[in-house]
Ligand binder design. Structure first.
Ligand code: FAD
Ligand code: NAG
Ligand code: NAG
Ligand code: NAG
Ligand code: NAG
Length: 505
C-alpha cells in the first residue's frame, strides 16, 4: 500500500506555483538568431547529464544542428540496473525528490510513469541495536513524532525548507533564459553568499548553528548521509541539505527504471549516439573561431571529429576518465578532486535477522536499514529493493522469504560479512565505483566554462550529487552555450534576478 496522503510532509510554500513554472519551462525564450547556429555539437557521456544536455542543447539550437553523443559504456551511466531472476533492479540512484521539476518534466515529455510505491519501514542500526525505528514510510517525517528530537526536527525541517525554497528559484531563472558561467554565480543568485558558503562548511556545523542538537546530528543526520553519500556529517551543508530533503519528503522513481529517462531523451533528440571512449580534445581554429577535435577509441579503432561546441559530462579526474586537452592556452588540467569509493552489492538471499536482534525472521519489520557512524560497522545502509517494474499485484516478500537486498558499503563485502548479514544467499552482484565526490576534499568548485565553446557539466556534483542537480546543470550549460554563442550577455550572470524575473513576467 502507498502511504496515506496524510503522511506527506507539509508542502513547501512554492508548491502552488509549480504548474505555472512547468508551463514556463516548456515555453522557451525565443532569442534573436543573430548568428548562424553551430554546425555540430558533441556531448561526451550519455548518463543523465549527457542525455539531458543533448536534449536541452537541441531545444535551444534547433533540430538542424548535428548532435553527437559519445558513450564509453552504456547509456544511463550511473543509473544502470542489475538483473536478478529476470527482473531488473536499480543498483544505485533510486529516488527522486518530489520537487525535481526537470525530472518531472522529462517523465511527462517521454510519456513515462512514476513507479508505484511499495510501503516499508526504516530504522537506524547502531551495530548492536536499533536506535530509531520508524512507524511509517517517510523516515524523518515520522521521526518528528519522536518527542526527544522534537525541536531538533522542526529546526532541521525549517532549515531544509529554506534551502529548497531558494534553490527552486533556479527554475524561474532558467525559464526566462538566464544562465550562469560558474557554479558560484549560480549559487549566489539563488541564495547569496551564504549559499556559496554552504559548499565550504559542513552540514553538522550549519545544523548545530541553527540549534539542532549534537545527538540528533549523530543519530539521525549521520545515518541519512551515510546512506546517501556514504560519508559523514562533514559533507558540505548544501549537499547535506539536498540529501536531507530527499529523506524528509516524498520521493519517486520511474516505472521501468530511472535510466529510461536517458535513453528516452536521446531518442527524442534523435542524437547520434557513438559507442566510443573519448580520449581527448584538441583545439583548432577555423575562420577565426574555435573548432574542437574530439579524439576517441572504439573496438573498431581510433577516430576523431570536429565540432563547434562540446559539452563534457564525465568527471575530469584521472581515476574516472583519461582525457587530454591539447593546444589550449592556458592549458586545461584535471581538477584536483577525490572520489569516495562506494560499493553496491545486490544480494538475493535470506536476511540474517538474528544479527539485527530478531531471532525469529518472521518478526523482522524493516525494509530499509540505515546505520550510525560506528567504527566496526562494515556497511552504510541496506534496503530490501523492489524491481523497476511494479505491477498492481506486486507485494513485498515476507521477511522470512528470500528477497533482493541492496547493501551499500565502502569496501567490498567479504564472505564472513555476507554470512553475517545473510543466513544464505543465491547471488551477489557487486558494482564498485568511485561513486560520489569525496566532499571533505573539496576546496573550490570546478569551472563550467573550459574554453569559448567548451563546457563542463559534472562539476556540479561538487555542489550536490543528485539526478535533479545534474538536470539543472544540463539546462544551465545549454542556456550558457546558447547565450554565449549569440553573445546575449544580458542573459549571463545577471545580478538581482529575483527582481528581474518578477518585472519581466
Ligand atoms: C550509490 C549511488 C546512489 C545514488 N542515489 C541517488 C538518488 O537516490 N537520487 C538521486 O537523485 N541521485 C542519486 N545518485 C546520483 C546520481 O546517480 C548521479 O548524480 C547521476 O546519475 C549522474 O549522472 P551523470 O550523467 O552526471 O554521470 P554518469 O551517470 O556517471 O554518466 C557519465 C557517462 O559518461 C561515460 N563516460 C565516462 N568517460 C567517458 C569517456 N572518456 N568517453 C565517453 N564516455 C565516457 C560513462 O560511461 C557514463 O555513462 C546516486 C549515485 C550513486 C553512485
Ligand atoms: C561566508 O564565510 C566566510 C568565511 O568562512 C565568512 O567570513 C562570511 O561571513 C560568510 N558569509 C555569509 C554570508 O555567511
Ligand atoms: C517496464 O516498464 C516500462 C516503462 O513503463 C515498459 O516499457 C516495459 O515494457 C516494462 N517491462 C516489463 C518487463 O514489464
Ligand atoms: C587511465 O589510464 C591509466 C593508465 O593508462 C589506467 O591505469 C586507468 O585505468 C585509466 N582510467 C580509466 C578510467 O580508463
Ligand atoms: C547471524 O547472526 C548471528 C548473530 O549475530 C551470528 O551468530 C551468525 O553467525 C550469523 N550468521 C548466520 C549464517 O546465521
Amino acid at each position: 500500500m502507498a502511504p496515506p496522503p496524510a503522511a506527506l510532509p507539509p508542502l513547501l510554500p512554492v508548491l502552488p506555483v509549480l504548474p505555472a513554472l512547468a508551463a514556463l519551462l516548456a515555453a522557451l525564450p525565443a532569442a534573436p538568431a543573430a548568428r548562424a547556429a553551430p554546425r555540430s555539437i558533441a556531448v561526451v557521456g550519455a548518463g543523465l547529464g549527457g542525455s539531458a544536455a543533448a536534449y536541452f542543447l537541441q531545444q535551444h539550437f534547433g533540430p538542424q544542428v548535428q548532435l553527437d553523443v559519445y558513450e564509453a559504456a552504456g547509456v544511463g551511466g550511473r543509473l544502470a540496473t542489475v538483473t536478478v531472476n529476470k527482473q531488473q533492479y536499480e543498483s544505485r540512484g533510486a529516488s527522486i525528490h518530489a520537487l525535481s521539476l526537470h525530472m518531472q518534466d522529462f517523465v511527462k515529455i517521454l510519456g513515462l510513469k512514476h513507479r508505484r510505491e511499495v510501503a516499508g519501514k526504516s530504522a537506524i542500526f547502531s551495530g548492536e541495536h536499533f536506535v530509531l525505528e520508524e512507524t511509517d514510510w517517510y523516515l524523518l517525517n515520522l521521526f518528528r513524532l519522536w518527542w526527544h528530537y522534537g525541536i531538533s526536527f522542526l529546526r532541521l525541517q525549517m532549515w531544509v525548507e529554506e534551502v529548497m525554497e531558494k534553490f527552486m528559484r533556479i527554475y524561474k531563472y532558467q525559464a526566462h533564459g538566464y544562465a550562469f558561467s560558474s557554479l558560484e554565480e549560480l549559487l549566489r543568485s539563488l541564495g547569496g553568499e551564504a549559499f556559496v558558503n554552504m559548499t565550504q562548511r559542513s552540514v553538522a556545523e550549519s545544523l548545530l548553528e541553527v540549534g539542532v542538537t549534537q545527538r540528533f546530528v549523530d543519530d539521525v543526520i549521520a545515518a541519512v548521509l551515510r546512506s546517501s553519500y556514504g560519508q559523514s556529517v562533514l559533507v558540505p551543508a548544501f549537499a547535506g541539505a539536498m540529501s536531507l530533503a530527499g529523506a524528509q519528503g516524498s520521493t519517486w522513481a520511474v516505472e521501468g527504471g530511472n535510466k529510461l529517462v536517458c535513453s528516452g531523451l536521446l531518442k527524442l533528440t534523435k542524437a547520434n549516439v557513438i559507442s566510443a571512449r573519448v580520449t581527448g580534445i584538441s583545439l583548432h581554429s577555423s575562420e577565426g573561431r574555435a573548432l574542437y577535435q574530439v579524439h576517441y577509441e572504439s573496438p573498431e579503432g581510433q577516430g576523431s571529429a570536429f565540432y563547434d561546441l562540446v559539452v563534457v559530462t564525465t568527471p575530469l579526474h584521472p581515476s574516472r576518465s583519461n582525457f587530454t586537452f591539447d593546444n589550449f592556452d592556458p592549458p586545461i588540467a584535471d581538477f584536483p578532486a577525490a572520489f569516495q569509493p562506494s560499493v553496491t552489492s545486490v544480494v538475493h538471499g535470506y536476511l540474517n535477522s538474528s544479527y539485527f536482534g530478531f531471532p525469529d525472521p518472521k518478526l523482522f519489520p524493516f525494509t530499509s536499514i540505515l546505520t550510525t557512524d560506528t567504527p566496526d560497522l562494515f556497511f552504510h545502509a541496506m534496503d530490501n529493493i523492489c524491481p523497476v517494474n511494479i505491477s498492481a499485484a506486486f507485494r513485498r516478500k515476507q521477511p522470512q522469504e528470500a528477497a533482493v537486498w541492496r547493501v551499500l558499503s565502502q569496501q567490498p563485502l567479504d564472505k564472513p560479512q555476507l554470512k553475517t548479514l545473510f543466513r544464505s544467499y543465491y547471488s551477489v552482484q557487486v558494482t564498485e565505483r568511485q561513486a560520489h565526490p569525496r566532499y571533505d576534499a573539496a576546496k573550490a568548485l570546478p569551472p563550467v566554462v573550459l574554453h569559448e565553446n567548451l563546457f563542463y557539466l559534472s562539476g556540479v556534483e561538487w555542489v550536490a550529487s543528485s539526478m535533479e542537480m545534474i538536470a539543472v546543470a544540463a539546462k544551465n550549460v545549454a542556456l550558457l552555450a546558447y547565450n554565449r554563442w549569440h553573445q546575449d550577455l544580458e542573459k549571463i550572470d545577471q545580478k538581482d534576478l529575483m527582481h528581474k524575473v518578477k518585472t519581466e513576467l
